[in-house]
Design a protein around this ligand. Sequence first.
Ligand code: FAD
Length: 405
Amino acid sequence: ENHTLIIGASHAGAQAAVSLRQAGYDGHITLLGEETVPPYHRPPLSKDYLSGERDEADILLRPEESYAAAQIDLRLGVRAGAIDRTAKTVQTTQGEHIAYTHLVLATGARVRHLRIPGAELPHVLYLRDTKDVDAIRDRIEPGQRAVIIGGGYIGLETAASLRKRGMEVTLLEAQPRILQRVTSAQMSDFYRRVHTEEGVEIIEDCMAAEITRAYDGLNVYTSCGRVFAAHLVVIGIGVIPNIDLAEFSGLAIGDGIEVNGFCQTSDSDIYAIGDVSHHYNPLYERHVRLESVPNATEQAKVVAAHIMGKPKPYNALPWFWSDQFDLKLQIAGLSDGYDNVVVRGDPEGSRNFAAYYFKGDRLLAVDAVNAPRDFMTARMVLSKGRTLDKTKLTGSDADLKAAIL
Ligand code: FAD
């Protein structure tokens, strides 16, 4: 009998299992995950799960019973330790051997650790899974200070959520500006302004150098000479793809597990999807590793179709979102390599605008803040490989449709 074994029970893995069943797969499906909570939405962890507006039951991807109902064997709290590609088995760390006909690696990513003295102290926390956030939630204390290390989207979302819960928040960014690794100076300026207006202290060009224990809390020493007393420290400095299983079994590795257009690894019976996969994006004509839910979901569908013998290569437009305070940011496309930006709206005086990134006349991406129409239009245009007429974008009332080329 066919048996698809999926390692990693989160966005990518759960979707692969469900899509296979929906497509009529009649073999056995095992969805194996190390975490003990049934597959859940990860984005709320730094947003309304952290702020306490949602709990575990509210963030599950699907009701727990639905897996059994779809004859998906969901096995939680189990870690895959090794793959034997010749025997086509996976060994769990408890020593069980599971045979497969198809194997899907959906192992995601883990947090990058900060290597400074004191980073291992209690109340110095990271944010990747529910256990992490439960520990942060337990330590929230209105009026006390939280220091966030790292000014990427997760650091900024964490700052906003802790502020909402009444904490004093200081955010340290080592680079000259927040969001430097992921977006433009216009966006950094905008988010710095809004966070400052909301009472978050943003300090750029400043590294956490050492953390020490203080009475019922911590002291954070920095490269810029300031010291912060903190009740809680949260570190968000990026993630590392979980490639170990693949690497030890000899699969091709780059920035993640190398896959082709059908998400197959260098072993054609083994697929890799989601945050762990290093894949080719035909729209941008280059290899990327994306950390986003839409990518995890799309790749899962590509794998299900391929296993069902109805191959459809991956050809999705990358997109992403981030929620902070009253700001809904939606990002369509990949802006890396842009050489000019057109801004619609007023990022300096308002809380809604869109930044369009071009390379020459070719639209690459859009960052849309509280501007769903800009996002929708750009997403449609980019998915079709088309572009927009820059000269028709500047007026705030410009008819976006008229700008499509
Ligand atoms: P993961 O979600 O990382 O899941 C991998 C799973 O595999 C984990 O449960 C892990 O325990 C398990 N696993 C790993 N190795 C093994 C093993 N050997 N055996 C068994 N199990 C194993 N994306 C967005 O698009 N929008 C957002 O707003 C957004 N916000 C985010 C906020 C936070 C706080 C975080 C952490 C992420 C956010 N993301 C967001 C990113 C998004 O959550 C990820 O892109 C998505 O979770 C990737 O799904 P995945 O299934 O590939 O991997």
